[in-house]
Design a protein around this ligand. Structure first.
Ligand SMILES: N[C@@H](CCC[C@H](N)C(=O)O)C(=O)O
Length: 295
């Protein structure tokens, strides 16, 4: 008596990616699986878990077709993920048998269109540009070019980024050669810079021409990734604000291309790109902690 029965419940997952930015997607619409930060870290750990940049949960929504929750690999919950939004839109559009779906996040309700060509367009809403919306700890009147630098004071390696919130904070540094920057070293320092009270995603962008940007991103809570959808949106917005590109651009990331349009009129940002299902599996109960193992 007094002993709990060992009754491990199994939970399935999908492994998906958007341009190589990869996700473990767990459907919680019919159960209430708890995902504390240590379970997220265990599942996301590439050495001992399944491994992913972000863990995504599909929850029921009263406002939209689905609620998408997002955790970075470090266990921190965040409000936006462009590449995951395309994956989720693809799954839900398939389930509902219609191309147009809506996704609620902690930040907003996103509209999505899953085309017959396999590409998904997400309406990412309006970028937020005021200093306290990014947020920053210091007031800047013009966030298209703020005072911030990395490296020696008289010869900075990176300086004067544009900052943009796409529901998550981004700093975009425009450079001559994005590949020449040691983002794995500088990224974490800037992610944790005191100017960013909620930390930030750090990108280096090279404008190839008025319709094309090359982009690399150090993601807050995940590190260097093959692609970051919200960073692609933020870089397009930052480039338009500096007069460097047209409002519609191709953003080339290490994992492939996204088309980003900062639409005139309503000022919404549209992101179009592919998504992929890699495999499906069952979560090992030991990754979910003792509660899920029925101990
Ligand atoms: N990979 C994502 C962004 C994921 C969240 C980001 N690391 C943050 O902490 O804000 C994307 O495709 O947008």
């Amino acid at each position: 008596m007094g002993l709990k029965t060992m009754s491990a419940t199994t939970h399935s997952f999908r492994k998906m990616n958007g341009l190589g930015n990869d996700f473990v997607v767990i459907d919680r619409r019919h159960d209430d699986l708890s995902l504390p930060a240590d379970a997220v870290r265990a599942i996301a750990d590439r050495a001992t878990g399944i491994g992913c940049d972000q863990l995504i949960a599909l929850d029921p929504s009263s406002e939209a077709d689905v609620f998408m929750r997002i955790w970075n690999a470090d266990g921190g919950e965040v409000a936006a993920c462009g590449n995951a939004a395309r994956c989720v839109a693809g799954v839900v559009a398939g389930e509902l048998g219609r191309p147009t779906v809506t996704i609620e996040t902690e930040d907003q309700v996103l509209g999505a269109y899953a085309g017959p060509d396999g590409l998904v367009t997400i309406d990412m809403g309006e970028p937020r540009l005021a200093w306290d919306e990014i947020p920053l700890t210091e007031e800047f009147h013009d966030t298209s070019c703020i005072e911030l630098q990395a490296g020696p004071i008289d010869a900075p390696v990176l300086h004067s980024p544009g900052v943009v919130s796409m529901g998550n904070p981004h700093a975009i540094f425009f450079v001559d050669d994005a590949e020449a920057i040691d983002l794995g070293r500088i990224g974490p320092m800037l992610e944790h810079h005191p100017l960013f009270p909620e930390r930030a995603n750090i990108s280096v962008a090279r404008v190839l021409d008025e319709g094309h940007i090359r982009l690399r991103t150090w993601e807050r809570g995940a590190g260097l990734t093959r692609a970051c959808g919200t960073a692609a949106c933020a870089s397009a917005v930052a480039a338009v604000r500096r007069g460097l590109t047209d409002r519609k651009v191709t953003v080339s990331l290490p994992g492939g291309d996204l088309v980003i349009e900062w639409r005139e009129g309503d000022g919404h940002v549209l992101m179009t790109g592919p998504y992929a299902l890699d495999f499906e599996g069952t979560l090992p109960p030991e990754l979910l902690g003792s509660e899920a193992q029925g101990v």
